[in-house]
Design a protein around this ligand. Structure first.
Ligand code: SF4
Length: 80
């Protein structure tokens, strides 16, 4: 299931909300900026506010145009 606003709220409460980071956010915004699903700053495919959606590490485009990035916890697991 896609990472949605309820997941964001749960991660925030648990102190586990992670951000994608500057360049990833910009890359995602570039893709959304050319997408027909973007209407008035909203993604009509998922109903999210795009400038918030692109900030979350676990977010992904519902049409597969961009995906989640590794969170800090996932990166540290790979380093082990
Ligand atoms: S999240 Fe995906 S479908 Fe939605 S506006 Fe961005 S590129 Fe388009």
């Amino acid at each position: 299931m896609a990472y949605n606003i309820l997941d964001v709220a749960k991660d925030f409460v648990k102190g586990e909300l992670e951000y994608a980071g500057g360049q990833t956010e910009l890359d995602r915004l570039d893709i959304c900026g050319t997408c027909d699903a973007k209407v008035a700053g909203m993604c009509t495919a998922c109903g999210c506010v795009i400038h918030l959606k692109v900030k979350m590490a676990k977010s992904e485009c519902p049409m597969g145009l961009w995906g989640p990035v590794l969170t800090e916890g996932e990166r540290s697991t790979l380093d082990d």
